[in-house]
Write a protein that binds this ligand. Structure first.
Ligand SMILES: [Zn+2]
Length: 520
């Protein structure tokens, strides 16, 4: 999960499904009253907008504080890294302004304003859909269709269309979670660039280079990993705006662009490696082909989430979802095939519905994320029971590991894993000792602390230490951590580094598969 996805999680935690459920319940009530007294139907539907506004507002209560905290923490961290970079390149300098808080404040205000407008638009759309669906249902009922069929049809329509907003410019309908994710991402990106340019002005630095990744959008791949001049005055490097389209929707830092900029200091900065031949060998796909394949995977995942949403809405109201479940199995088979054909990794988190975790019997509630390095648990607690999120047993094992003789510990793991002692030492610190910026369990922001303990990881480590019954995924954990650590050293957030490391070494998935095969 990317840092910005995570912010959107904070904002939307479980809202979507709860809204569908509440609105659905309300609609059925209205519907029944409307059938009893069709004359009052018009006044009942007017109620719907008020209800929708109330329900939506209720879920966004804590938003301003949460966004401000998240933005502030992200920008302060960014600023720290920027200043470190400049100090290392140009030497220490006194009297730098403290601007990060200011920019974060403005970004948070901007976000609140967007959310306020979004809420109104959402309630409007909601009331519209409500009116349409209810009116049609009443008509069908009056024409003698079976009541059960009428209700099922209405709930299906509601689940399919609920929580979408319509972009008035393009007329396109977007699911609210994707819309909010985009808003958070844009706001954070703009704030980050404002800070970047401010600091660059301060240090009189004109050049930036763009990040680069395998599988980038083809028209972005052209300019990634290269140096550009902000002012456009450089004789050696092309103009940033002209070359990358920075500032436009389709260009650098535009909609859905995940590229970032870093100040470029001649003789000091190192450009990212854009030779992807090893990845190409691994997947058998060129960067462009890989981009296309992942885009298709995202589409298939969206379809799956949509069907899951429908199933949940139907089942919440005690209605039959057999047809939808059959459809879901077909969609899952499609993803499986696609992933296998293109040597991609199945991303279960993206197929999951926020606020729903049926396998463990949780009902929708507050979304909680627990980060443990190689694993990232998304767990929903019905009662918001944060204490229940901490795995005390695993924490105890971690504590024991911390208290044992470190030199011996690292030697033993190195011997059994065939990694070097230096590598294992780095991993040891990363997993058990180092403090990272990770999400607070109540979802209110980030905190600086060691990773939370995770039982599968504790068990993997114990097997690696004793050398008894070592599993393939135990080694995978070490490799994941090492790569994740490398990415974080390059300045990536914990989440982004985790996500990227997962592309090569997906420990969490390996554990799941191992457990599914009847182990443990
Ligand atoms: Zn891009």
């Amino acid at each position: 999960m990317d840092y910005f996805d995570f912010l959107a999680y904070l904002i939307m935690s479980g809202v979507q499904e709860k809204l569908v459920a509440e609105l659905g319940q309300k609609m059925i009530e209205l519907f029944e009253r409307g059938i009893e007294n069709p004359d009052r139907f018009a006044s009942l539907t007017k109620l719907s907008k008020v209800e929708a506004m109330r329900i939506v507002a209720n879920y966004n209560k804590d938003l301003p504080t949460a966004t401000l905290r998240a933005f502030t923490q992200a920008l302060e961290r960014e600023d720290e890294q920027l200043n470190k970079l400049f100090e290392n390149a140009f030497g220490k300098r006194e009297g730098l302004s403290n601007i990060a808080n200011n920019i974060a404040n403005n970004a948070a205000i901007g976000m609140s304003e967007i959310m306020r407008r979004q809420n109104i638009a959402l309630a409007d759309t909601q009331a519209d859909i409500w009116y349409r669906v209810t009116a049609e249902a009443i008509l069908r009922d009056q024409s003698g269709e079976a009541r059960k069929d009428v209700i099922e049809r209405a709930v299906r329509q509601l689940a399919r269309n609920s929580l979408t907003t319509i972009d008035y410019k393009s007329g396109r309908q977007t699911q609210i979670d994707s819309a909010i994710k985009r808003h958070v991402f844009t706001q954070a990106n703009q704030a980050r660039n404002r800070l970047l340019f401010y600091r660059m002005d301060e240090w009189e630095c004109d050049l930036v280079f763009t990040s680069a990744h395998y599988g980038a959008r083809p028209d972005h791949a052209e300019w990634q990993g290269k140096v550009y001049s902000r002012s456009g005055k450089s004789k050696k490097y092309p103009s940033l705006v002209e070359a990358t389209g920075y500032g436009t929707v389709t260009g650098l830092c535009g909609a859905n662009c995940r590229h970032t900029m870093t100040p470029y200091v001649e003789g000091y900065s190192k450009l990212p490696n854009t030779d992807y031949s090893s990845q190409e060998r691994l997947t058998g796909l060129s960067s462009d082909e890989y981009y296309k394949a992942t885009q298709k995977q995202r589409r298939l995942e969206r379809d799956i989430r949509q069907t899951k949403r429908e199933i949940k809405a139907l089942e919440d109201m005690g209605l039959d979802a057999t047809k939808e479940k059959r459809n879901l199995r077909k969609q899952q088979a499609k993803v499986r095939r696609h992933v296998k054909q293109n040597k991609l990794v199945r991303d279960y988190d993206r197929e999951r519905l926020w606020g729903v975790r049926s396998s463990r019997g949780y009902k929708s509630g507050k979304l909680i994320v627990r980060q443990s390095g190689a694993t990232l648990e998304t767990i929903i607690s019905e009662y918001g029971n944060i204490e229940g999120m901490i795995d005390l047993e695993a924490e105890e094992i971690y504590e024991k590991i911390r208290n044992r003789n470190r030199v011996k510990e690292i030697k033993a793991v190195a011997k059994h894993s065939k990694l070097t002692e230096e590598e294992v030492g780095k991993i040891f610190n990363h997993v058990f000792i180092t403090e990272h910026w990770i999400s607070e369990l109540d979802g209110s922001g980030l905190e600086l602390r060691p990773f939370y303990a995770d039982m599968p990881m504790a068990e993997s480590w114990e097997r690696l230490r004793t050398g008894i019954n070592i599993q393939e995924h135990d080694i995978l954990m070490l490799k994941h951590e090492l790569l994740e650590l490398e990415y974080m050293k390059k300045g990536m957030s914990t989440n982004a580094a985790h996500e990227l490391a997962n592309e090569k070494y997906n420990y969490q998935l390996a554990v799941k598969e191992w457990e599914n095969n009847g182990n443990r």
